[in-house]
Every structure is written in structure tokens, then in C-alpha cells.
Design a protein around this ligand. Structure first.
Ligand SMILES: Cc1cc2nc3c(=O)[nH]c(=O)nc-3n(C[C@H](O)[C@H](O)[C@H](O)COP(=O)(O)OP(=O)(O)OC[C@H]3O[C@@H](n4cnc5c(N)ncnc54)[C@H](O)[C@@H]3O)c2cc1C
Length: 432
């Protein structure tokens, strides 16, 4: 059986490695970009995704490229704690939560695909433009090759996996009426700045006032010679910007002028030298079906979700492992794809809707609505008067359970088999 994956992002490359590990010899990835370049800023891998990448034998390399986060804090714009929780081992997880450059993770996966599946397993400059399923059940896939003068070609495959991101052409062929991704009415600015480590060096901070929000976390554990680490940040605004200065940074930086949180000075991070990118926040509606005969969807192509709770990359990795496991269990690929859909889609549908409603970050909006001037009742940082601890704990728990990232869901061995992974995780903090 041969399998063609459209898209060499994190989901597509993990699917290639997982299918190979599950015994599929003939797996090929077609990628629209002319080459795999380390693009993007930071992403997070939650414990269930780290466990699955460990099962592929990638744990040690992942640790070398990432930061195991130990704390996640939600704050109001006065810097007062709304909710704070430990992450990783301190929270009872066997596997850490890792913050990493997206490009670094993609490079690692692409290198292992070349090593294990062969140097031709990923074909770049090959954009899927459409497909048809013949009466024989084989899939005819149309490809466009931009750098070869826009020429076209066709390949045949037994199984097609659409891992081609939020603007998936595979999804567009399955759901031609759907149109563009859905705007959330939020403008996002993103960047990476070299800056001093903050809050012990392994913390993620989410701060907001109900409209303006900033998310900050480190992308390296050890400072460089000048004492700095790369810090990932994303600032956002909910609503239409009535004034749009020409310089991108001027559109958001003044709003964060006096935002501080312990030793984190938000303005210093957001005002760094590297250019900021601006884009609208988008997601997709949940789908009634991902698998159609020998064709299925994976990752953002299947369930692009608003970026709350660090789940986009995590769930793409879990999809990839679940798909490969289903293919290894069922000789009939159509049956396997149906089982994969049945296992993964209901949970992802729920998570997409939770993220649209702001997921775990909703605690900041609750705090701002109930205490717009900040918490004054029982001292700085104590939100319990207006936001009872049990209410906040229930929000965090419900979200982690839905995502399968709580210790009860993620502490057991991979349910998708563990051909190469370590029997026990190495403690991520040990090398520090
Ligand atoms: C360039 C880039 C930068 C990103 N940066 C960040 C970031 O900084 N932070 C963050 O949280 N998330 C980022 N993301 C999104 C994040 O990677 C995903 O949400 C998550 O990892 C799920 O991955 P995925 O494999 O499903 O989709 P993606 O990571 O989007 O990968 C999809 C892949 O499919 C390819 N592709 C698209 N259309 C076709 C086609 N028709 N034929 C063949 N190939 C196609 C794309 O070039 C891409 O390589 C970025 C995505 C991309 C593509």
C-alpha cells in the first residue's frame, strides 16, 4: 500500500515517521514550498505530544532544542495573578511541556524522515491542486510545480492524507462550499526578541485586560554571552483598530507601555529589534467527517483552532500517531481511516469550540469583568474574592481533560505503540 501525505509541516512529517514506524514502507510527502526552511516563531508541545514524539525516538533531540516549561501564569494588566499553575514534572506529569522554535522542530522531523524513509521521501515544490478517486479506489492527485515554470503532474496513491494546513486544498476539495478560514475578529502581532530570562527562565505568561493580550515564553534554556535568551511573544487586540499607524509596532506597543509582571517588563520584550508580523486570528468550523474512502485530513487541515491553550501542534502530532496506529491495525485502509476519524474527530470538534470561546484563557476576561480596577480585597495578587479558586481550577481541569493533556490522560505509555521510545522519560530539568 502506498500513502501520499500533502504538507510537510509538523503534522505531515510526524505522520510520515509514524506510518513508517508502523510498518508502511511506501510513504511520500509532497510539499508546496520550494524547500523546507525553518519558518515560524515558537510553538508548544504538551505532554501527550512529547510522549508520542518520544515513542518515535526523538525525545533526547527534542530536549536539546527546547525549554521544559515549569509554570503557566494568567495575569491581569496590573500584573496581578489571576491563575497560576505548575507545568511538567512539578504538576505530576511524566512528560514535560516543551517550548521550541517551530522551524527547529520541523527541521528535526524532516531530517529523521530523510534518514528513515529515504532522501526522496519529501518532494518539495509539489503543491496539491486537486484529486479524484477512481472507481478502482485509487486516488489521482494533481500537483503544481512553481519553480519548474508552473508545470503540472499527476501521481496515483492508495491513500491520501491532507496535512496541508489551515488553507488545505484537500479539505477544499472535500468541502468545496466551505470557503476561507473564519476570522475571529482579533488582530495578532508576533515576534521573537532576545531578552533577559524572566520568572526563573521557564515560565509562560498570559496577560490581558479583556481586549489587549500578550503571551510570552522563552525558546532557550541557557542565556547567550550577553545574558539573553530568545523570547517568543504574541500580542493581540480583539476588535477593529480605529487608528492604524504605518509602522506595525506603533499599532500595539504604546498599549503595553506600563505592563509588568514580576521581573517581566512587557514593553522591553515587544519592543525588540526584530520585525513584528501582523495577521488576523483565524480558525475553522468543526467538520462532520474527515475521512472519505481513501482520503483523510490531519492537523490544521482537519481542525484548525484559535491559538488558545497551546494545542495546534500538539494535536497534529497526536493525529499523526493515531492515524498510523489505525493503519497498522486494519488491513483495509478505508476502514483504518474511518476508525481514525471516529477516534479523533469528536474530541477535536469539542476543542475547536472551546478554543473559539477562549479556552483556558477565559479566566483573564472573567477577572477583568469582575475586577476591572484589579484585585483590591485581600491584597495584591489574590483573586479569590472575585474569582474563587475552585472556579478557576475547574476551568483549567475541564480544558486539560478535553485536550487529553492532564496527567490522568497522558501519564500512561503511548496508546499508539512505542517502537523506539524510552521506557521512562528522562527528567527534563536534570541537565540544567
Ligand atoms: C510557515 C509557517 C509558520 C508557522 N508559524 C507558527 C508559529 O510561529 N507559531 C504557531 O503557533 N504556529 C505556527 N504555524 C502553525 C503551526 O505550525 C500549526 O498550527 C501546527 O503545527 C499544526 O501543523 P500542521 O502540520 O497541521 O500545519 P502547518 O504547520 O500549517 O503545515 C502545513 C504544510 O502544508 C504545506 N502546504 C500547504 N498547502 C499545500 C498544498 N496544497 N500542497 C502541498 N503542501 C501544502 C505548507 O507549506 C506547510 O508546510 C505556522 C505554520 C506555517 C506553515
Amino acid at each position: 500500500m502506498n500513502i501520499l501525505i500533502a504538507g510537510a509541516g509538523i503534522g505531515g512529517l510526524t505522520a510520515a515517521l509514524s506510518l513508517h514506524a508502523a510498518g508502511c514502507e511506501d510513504v511520500c510527502v509532497v510539499e508546496a514550498a520550494p524547500e523546507i526552511r525553518p519558518l515560524g516563531a515558537g510553538i508548544n508541545l504538551l505532554p501527550n505530544a512529547v510522549r508520542e514524539l518520544a515513542a518515535l525516538g526523538l525525545y533526547e533531540e527534542l530536549l536539546r532544542r527546547s525549554v521544559p516549561l515549569e509554570r503557566l501564569g494568567y495575569f491581569n494588566h496590573h500584573g496581578q495573578t489571576v491563575w497560576s499553575e505548575r507545568r511538567g514534572h512539578g504538576a505530576g506529569h511524566h512528560w514535560p511541556q516543551l517550548a521550541v522554535f517551530r522551524g527547529s522542530l520541523q527541521e528535526l522531523l524532516a531530517a529523521r524522515v530523510a534518514e528513515r524513509l529515504g532522501p526522496d521521501a519529501v518532494r518539495t515544490d509539489a503543491r496539491l491542486t486537486g484529486f479524484t478517486v477512481a472507481d478502482s479506489g485509487r486516488v489521482r492527485v494533481d500537483l503544481g510545480h512553481r519553480s519548474r515554470g508552473g508545470t503540472a503532474s499527476t501521481v496515483e496513491t492508495d491513500v491520501l492524507v491532507g496535512a496541508d494546513g489551515i488553507r488545505s486544498a484537500v479539505r477544499g476539495t472535500l468541502y468545496p462550499q466551505e470557503g476561507s478560514p473564519r476570522s475571529q475578529g482579533v488582530v495578532v502581532w508576533r515576534g521573537v526578541t532576545r531578552s533577559r530570562p524572566f520568572m526563573g527562565g521557564r515560565s509562560m505568561v498570559v496577560m490581558g485586560d479583556g481586549r489587549w493580550k500578550v503571551v510570552v515564553y522563552p525558546l532557550a534554556d541557557l542565556p547567550d554571552a550577553s545574558g539573553d535568551v530568545p523570547v517568543n511573544w504574541a500580542a493581540s487586540y480583539t476588535g477593529d483598530l480605529d487608528v492604524r499607524p504605518a509602522e506595525v509596532r506603533d499599532r500595539f506597543l504604546p498599549r503595553f507601555a506600563d505592563w509588568r509582571c514580576e521581573d517581566l517588563v512587557v514593553r522591553d520584550v515587544l519592543g525588540g529589534a526584530e520585525p513584528a508580523q501582523e495577521f488576523p486570528m483565524m480558525d475553522r468550523d468543526p467538520l462532520p467527517r474527515w475521512s472519505f474512502g481513501p482520503v483523510t485530513l490531519l492537523g490544521d487541515a482537519a481542525h484548525a483552532m484559535a491559538p488558545m491553550g497551546s494545542n495546534a501542534t500538539t494535536q497534529a502530532v497526536v493525529d499523526a500517531r493515531a492515524l498510523a496506529h489505525a493503519v497498522s491495525l486494519h488491513a483495509d485502509p478505508v476502514h483504518a481511516l474511518r476508525e481514525y476519524d471516529r477516534e479523533r474527530r469528536p474530541a477535536m470538534n469539542r476543542l475547536q469550540l472551546m478554543n473559539r470561546a477562549k479556552g483556558p484563557e477565559v479566566v483573564i476576561d472573567l477577572a477583568c469583568a469582575r475586577a476591572p480596577e484589579g484585585f483590591t480585597g485581600t491584597g495584591t495578587g489574590d483573586a479569590d474574592d472575585v474569582l474563587p479558586h475552585r472556579e478557576l481550577a475547574a476551568i483549567a481541569h475541564a480544558y486539560a481533560t478535553a485536550a487529553g493533556t492532564d496527567p490522568d490522560s497522558s501519564n500512561f505509555p503511548s496508546p499508539y505503540g512505542s517502537p523506539e521510545g524510552p521506557a521512562h522519560p528522562v527528567r527534563a530539568g536534570a541537565a540544567r
